[in-house]
Design a protein around this ligand. Structure first.
Ligand code: PMP
Length: 296
C-alpha cells in the first residue's frame, strides 16, 4: 500500500505532486550524496528569512564546486508558486541541488546541469508540549566529516545520532567532538551559564544556523551577554538553561541531557523571553508593510 503524501514539488522545470517527483538513479545525489540543501519555513503563506537561506545555499554550492550560473531556477518565484498552488500556509520549503546526472564516477562530470528540487509540505508537528515542558537530549560522538559548515545532503551520521536519541526516548542528539559540544543532529545549541549565553563558534565544526544568528541578535538586544566559544561537554550538565534552535523547531528548551536534569528541569526565563522575542520577530518579518527582507 502506498502512502499518499501531501505536498508539491518543482523538479527541473516541472510542478508535480511530491510523490510523483522523480530523479534518475544516476543522479549524483542518489549515488554519492553529492549535493546541498536548505529548509525554509513558511508562516501564513510567507517565507521567513528566504534571503538568508538563499545566501547560504549559494555559499554551500560554491564550497562544493557547483557553479551557481549553472543553476537555472528562480527560487523566490518558484517558492511563491509552490505556496499558492499547494495552498499550504504553514510549510517547509525544501531546496535540494545535486551535481546532476552522470554515469557513476567520483570525479566531477563536466558540463551537466545540476538537479534542482524545490518542494513544499506542511510543517512537521513538534513533540507534544515541547515548548511548554521542554525536551530531552542525549550526547553522541560527532562522527561527521570536517566540513560541517556546508549544508550537505550527506546526513548519515546525523541520521544515526537521531535514531540513537529516539531509542533513548529523547528528541535530539548533541554532538561531542574531542570533548567539545558542537551542535545538535539537526539544530544549534545554546547554554545559559552564569547568566551568559554561550554557543560554539561558527567554524567548520557546525552549521551556522540562521535561527542561531537571529537568536544571538535578539539576546544582545535584550542586554544578555552572548559569547561564542568552545564549550566542554560537562558544561551542558552545569548550565542553568539549554536550548536548541533550527528553522523547523524555532527554539526549544532542553530540560534533560543523558537523563540528567538541566537547571530546574523546566523551561527557564531566558528561554521564555527569547522565544517570545523570536515570535515577535517572525511577525515583524512576515507581517504588514514589511517585505520580509529587513534584518535585525
Ligand atoms: N545544525 C544542523 C546540523 C542542522 O541540520 C540545522 C538545521 N538545518 C541547524 C544547525 C540549524 O540551522 P537553521 O537555523 O538555519 O535551520
Amino acid at each position: 500500500m502506498s502512502v499518499i503524501q501531501e505536498g508539491l514539488a518543482w523538479i527541473n522545470g516541472e510542478f508535480l505532486p511530491l510523490e510523483k517527483a522523480r530523479v534518475s538513479v544516476e543522479d549524483r545525489g542518489f549515488q554519492f550524496a553529492d549535493g546541498i540543501y536548505e529548509v525554509i519555513r513558511v508562516y501564513d503563506g510567507k517565507p521567513f528569512t528566504f534571503r538568508e537561506h538563499l545566501e547560504r545555499l549559494k555559499t554551500s554550492a560554491f564550497l562544493i564546486g557547483i557553479d551557481p550560473r549553472m543553476i537555472k531556477a528562480d527560487f523566490q518565484e518558484i517558492g511563491m508558486e509552490l505556496i499558492s498552488r499547494s495552498g499550504i500556509k504553514d510549510a517547509e520549503l525544501y531546496i535540494q541541488i545535486t551535481r546532476g546526472r552522470a554515469p557513476r564516477s567520483h570525479v566531477f562530470p563536466k558540463g551537466i546541469p545540476p538537479t534542482v528540487l524545490i518542494s513544499i509540505r506542511s510543517v512537521r508537528p513538534l513533540p507534544l508540549d515541547a515548548e511548554k515542558n521542554g525536551i530531552s537530549a542525549i550526547t553522541y560522538p560527532d562522527i561527521r566529516w570536517a566540513r560541517c559548515n556546508i549544508k550537505s545532503i550527506s546526513l548519515l551520521a546525523n541520521v544515526l545520532a537521531k535514531e540513537e536519541a529516539r531509542n533513548a526516548s529523547a528528541y535530539e542528539a548533541i554532538f561531542i567532538r574531542e570533548g567539545l559540544i558542537t551542535e545538535g543532529a539537526s539544530s544549534n545549541i545554546f547554554l545559559l551559564h552564569q547568566g551568559v549565553l554561550l554557543t560554539p563558534p561558527a567554524d567548520w565544526r557546525i552549521l551556522r544556523g540562521i535561527t542561531r544568528d537571529i537568536l544571538m541578535a535578539l539576546a544582545i538586544k535584550e542586554g544578555i551577554k552572548v559569547s561564542q566559544e568552545e564549550l566542554k561537554k560537562d558544561l551542558i550538565y552545569e548550565a542553568e538553561e539549554v536550548f536548541i534552535t533550527s528553522t523547523a523547531i524555532e527554539i526549544l528548551p532542553v530540560v534533560k541531557v543523558d537523563g540528567r536534569v538541566i537547571g530546574k528541569g523546566t523551561p527557564g526565563s531566558t528561554f521564555k523571553l527569547l522565544h517570545r522575542r523570536f515570535k515577535e520577530y517572525v511577525e515583524f518579518r512576515i507581517g504588514g508593510k514589511n517585505k520580509g527582507d529587513e534584518g535585525l
